[in-house]
Design a protein around this ligand. Sequence first.
Ligand code: SAH
Length: 526
Amino acid sequence: MPVHVKSWKRFTGREGFKVKRGKVYLVGAGPGDPGLLTLRGKELLEHAEVVIYDYLANEEFLKFTGPQAEHIYVGKKGGDHTMSQDEINSLLVEKGRDRFVVRLKGGDPFVFGRGGEEAQVLVAAGIPFEVVPGVTAAIAAPAYAGIPLSHRDYAASMAFITGHERGDKAESKIAWDKLATGVGTLVFFMGVKNLPEICTSLITHGRASETPVAVVRWGTTPQQQTVIGTLQDIAEKVVRANLKPPAITVVGEVVRLRDELNWFEQRPLFGRCVVVTRAREQASEFKTILSELGAHCIEFPTIAIEAPPSWEPLDAAINGIATYGWVIFTSVNGVRFFMERLRLTGRDARDLHGARLAAIGPKTAEALEQYGLRPDLVPNEYRAESILEGLSGEEIKGKRVLLPRAMTARDVLPETLRRWGAQVDVVPAYQTVLPRERSTEMMERLISGEIDCLTFTSSSTVSNFFSLFEQSAILPVLKHVCIACIGPITAKTAEEHGLKVDVMPSEYTITGLAQALRSHFENRGK
Ligand code: SAH
């Protein structure tokens, strides 16, 4: 792994080292919003050989890691510890001896994260370590609930406190009497279970019972939930709301500012769970727009793009690439898989110099341009037939034509070219498959009522969705789910499958669809 060795030197700064030594980075993953990981944290993840992560560290960060990385989940959710702290410590020492380890912890590693203890274990074992602070939930969860921890009018001091210790414990490390009256804003971690005792202790030790309190669950994530009350009634309200850990509890006058500053939970699609059915490769733009509007997006690609069952035909074509007069690309994926295979077989774009290139539409042409290739032919219309119109003027007779494309595709193009006397090789460069694995999970989510909306951005996403489920089983559970389609053709396909389409934009684009969803849910109210 040459890339890794280079980066290793860069990080350790030990240029002359002959024997590779390990190092452990205790990295704060932030409170949950993926945007709140530090740049340093991301950089280290990219180079990690081993990532050891917690229940509270957003799993989405694993995508930053390279193919060399080993991912180890060590759990820790309330009582159900996947691994005990001792086991985690041993693991850190074992992996840290000769590997580049990122120990990813929720929030900040040195704030109630036992990061201090882990660092001590590393020191004792003689393993070098570094700490990368993270955005702690103590600050971030209140911030996303519209609560600043300090404010000139309300609070000039604050304390972070563990809620694990019961207020009535004799040997408590917490000076309840001093905290209750001596500190402006109190922030409790892990305090849901002991909330009644915490509130009673504070009142008994002199804090006014009408002091406002906020409990913020899963702060900074699309599932954020906030309950507001006073020291007197918050415990009861939390039980009534059935609010479970993980949550941060904020006690103090600053909580009043939420009425004015509650920005995050007021976004138009906040609290809405929207399913995106596009292929993973195409989902990200739509997801970004929906997330900015506050939606919780679930990716459920109804189509997956994979390598063909065998590379042999494509490799043979690439081997003889100099013999082709034309290479015709009919999709972005065709371009990507072809170019990647060209590269992996030791060639590059220069090997295409003898062939003329055609792209079926502007997106495919753009994909070629990204490899520094300018297509000789791009028809005006996005249809296989249009390529033929463009080509008819060309001298195609007797030429060899290569069509690297999906495993199954329409035959008009090769057949017509053959009729014109071309020698056509159709080779599979990729295949589209139905990703069945997650359909049971999706069914469960739909039945539980967790999903608010299903979005379809093409007819094929609709028909693929229906081929993943039994029609008789899926239709009844979709009754109470908002069905959103990008345009009339997609909507027609949805209706043909028995769906009632609730949302369709007047502008048939991703942005149009997102805006239509926004109006739909705003009109419906929360
Ligand atoms: N090191 C972490 C805290 C770990 S202790 C940090 O700095 O944030 C675990 C506790 O953190 C949870 O029980 C909960 O009280 C709090 N917590 C962590 N992430 C949270 C989140 N997204 N929203 C609310 N509370 C959170």
